[in-house]
Design a protein around this ligand. Structure first.
Ligand SMILES: Nc1ncnc2c1ncn2[C@@H]1O[C@H](COP(=O)(O)OP(=O)(O)O)[C@@H](O)[C@H]1O
Ligand SMILES: [Mg+2]
Length: 312
């Protein structure tokens, strides 16, 4: 059985899933998400994808790791970011490439193929505000949250909530504490809204679900909890993070399953904060990077993923 894996061919997690698929008797077909960018020949002929000279019509299911989003080509000079002269053409080309992949994957789903996860639920952007709503409706605890471009609303929120953090809607920057310095820069907010949230103190927890079931749950330990965002601790980028197994209370596990299902995510990485018995949901990652957790804990996340794809 041929299983498709769509993502950067050099990505360790893409390679790991391919290896596990092979070990489980499937034939992995990696479609390099950078094929178009690298100028490799790839065609959609009357709805059929021809990649590296072969048709992919017999591939039964796809793991979608990532689609490169449209981007502006820039470089840094004298401490400033500058655009290349050809930026407009290159931006438009990157947009065309994204649409080529997105439309093709969406077409596969329409034909009845399983794509984990469907691109419309996930790529290339995340939908944190939508996830907050889903979680709230399901009765999960979420931090008090204001999403706004209005400095007055933020000041009022900050008066009401003792410790406030801020973070982007789509990720891509660490969560930070809203302190005096940030409060004086609130005018910059008018250009685009930001998420402001009650800071929840406690352990960082990552729950991974595959095929609707919790297959891994760990406390992320970077050796310090002084930073708001655990990723800003130097130990994190050095790979010194350790993961401690955690048994979720049954009602919290049920909320994980229900929220992943409601967001259409068969593979899902949920971020929570835990303080004692309290579990506060932060977000659902549609394309979780789990390889480090898998390698350090032995949780067989890739195996679960491949089994779900093979069952399609
Ligand atoms: N309301 C919050 N209270 C405490 N810590 C938070 C809060 N929101 C985010 N963080 C910290 O920042 C990290 C990143 O936030 P998250 O919402 O997962 O966004 P993303 O991973 O997309 O950047 C979290 O895992 C957590 O460590
Ligand atoms: Mg996160």
């Amino acid at each position: 059985m041929r299983l498709g894996i769509f993502g950067g061919a050099n990505e360790p997690q893409v390679q790991a899933v391919a290896q596990v698929a092979r070990a489980m008797g499937a034939e992995p077909v990696v479609v390099d998400a950078f094929a178009l960018q690298n100028g490799e020949p790839i065609s959609n002929l009357d709805g059929e994808l021809i990649y590296r000279g072969q048709s992919l019509s017999d591939v039964k299911a796809f793991y979608l790791r990532s689609i490169p989003p449209p981007y502006l080509p820039y470089f840094e000079k004298d401490g400033e970011l500058r655009l290349y002269a050809e930026w407009h053409t290159q931006y438009m080309q990157s947009r065309e490439r994204s649409v080529f992949y997105l439309a093709w994957l969406q077409g596969l789903i329409r034909r009845g193929l399983k794509v984990v996860n469907p691109p419309h639920m996930a790529m290339p952007l995340q939908y944190k505000p939508y996830q907050m709503q889903v979680l709230r409706e399901l009765g999960a605890e979420v931090p008090r949250t204001l999403i706004s471009n209005d400095p007055a609303a933020v000041r009022a929120f900050a008066r009401d909530v003792r410790e406030v953090i801020f973070k982007p809607l789509t990720g891509g920057a660490d969560a930070q504490l809203l302190g005096e310095a940030a409060l004086t820069r609130l005018d910059a907010l008018r250009a685009s809204p930001v998420i402001f949230q009650e800071r929840v103190r406690g352990d960082d927890v990552r729950v991974t679900l595959v095929g609707g079931e919790v297959v891994s749950c760990v406390i992320i330990d970077t050796g310090s909890n002084t930073n708001v965002d655990f990723r800003s601790h130097p130990g994190y980028s050095k790979g010194q993070t350790t993961y401690r197994e955690l048994e979720l209370p049954a009602p919290v596990a049920a909320l994980c399953r229900e929220s992943a299902r409601a967001c259409g995510l068969s593979l899902c990485g949920i971020d929570l904060k835990r303080a004692g018995d309290r579990f506060v949901f932060l977000e659902l990652n549609a394309s979780p990077i789990y390889l480090e957790i898998e390698r350090k804990t032995g949780h067989r996340i890739s195996e679960h993923l491949v089994r779900t794809l093979m069952a399609a």
